[in-house]
Design a protein around this ligand. Structure first.
Ligand SMILES: Cc1cc2nc3c(=O)[nH]c(=O)nc-3n(C[C@H](O)[C@H](O)[C@H](O)COP(=O)(O)O)c2cc1C
Length: 180
């Protein structure tokens, strides 16, 4: 082992890494989508997921007010949408209509599922914990959904090498999938 900068170690740890989207509700009946790298499964019984959202994000305000969200795992059909939802704020833009994100009604609330995702989880927020400049929202899964297309591949943050297929690049982010 050689000591290194934390940023270099984190870069190495995260290639490849999974991505998620969280859909939250605006007061005007519209919805916002944020791209997340920081999310995890935290309990089997009851089933729970945690997502970590910076306090400066618009999604933080929405998640704090409306105690429900949809956690969505994007497919390779969603590369551009995931990139855009990860660099543009929904404060002044309706990302769902601007980026043509297909939705479908769920069962828990009026917050929609993302139709081109691999899976969607409808969550009820049961607690939140401040963690430095981010807040961890813990959601209990009430309903789970999977795409009818079983061959749909998951979108990943990937290293640029021959074992991964690059789908979209933007600055330091490269999204793609496993294999050619
Ligand atoms: C690959 C990737 C992963 C990201 N992961 C997170 C994350 O885990 N938490 C977070 O708060 N922001 C994360 N971001 C940044 C937000 O997605 C971005 O700031 C977004 O524009 C915020 O949207 P909003 O202001 O509409 O909520 C990530 C961005 C990218 C591209």
């Amino acid at each position: 082992m050689i000591e290194c900068y934390r940023s270099d170690a984190i870069k190495r740890m995260n290639r490849p890494s999974r991505l998620a989207l969280a859909v939250s509700k605006l007061e005007n009946g519209k919805y916002n989508v944020i791209t997340l790298g920081w999310f995890m499964h935290t309990s089997f019984e009851p089933p729970m997921f945690a997502i970590s959202v910076a306090q400066k994000r618009y999604s933080y305000e929405l998640l704090s007010k409306n105690r429900k969200f949809v956690l969505s795992i994007p497919s390779t059909k969603m590369g551009r949408q995931v990139m855009k939802c990860g660099v543009i704020s929904g404060r002044n833009l309706d990302k769902i209509s601007e980026y043509n994100i297909k939705t479908q009604m769920g069962k828990l609330s009026d917050i929609p599922l993302l139709k081109d995702a691999v899976v969607n989880f409808e969550c009820k927020t049961i607690s939140q914990i401040r963690s430095g400049d981010h807040t961890i929202f813990i959601g209990e899964v009430k309903y789970s959904w999977q795409n009818e297309d079983e061959n749909l591949k998951q979108l990943l943050v990937i290293p640029e090498n021959e074992n991964y297929k690059v789908l979209i690049k933007n600055g330091r982010y490269i999204f793609g999938t496993v294999g050619k």
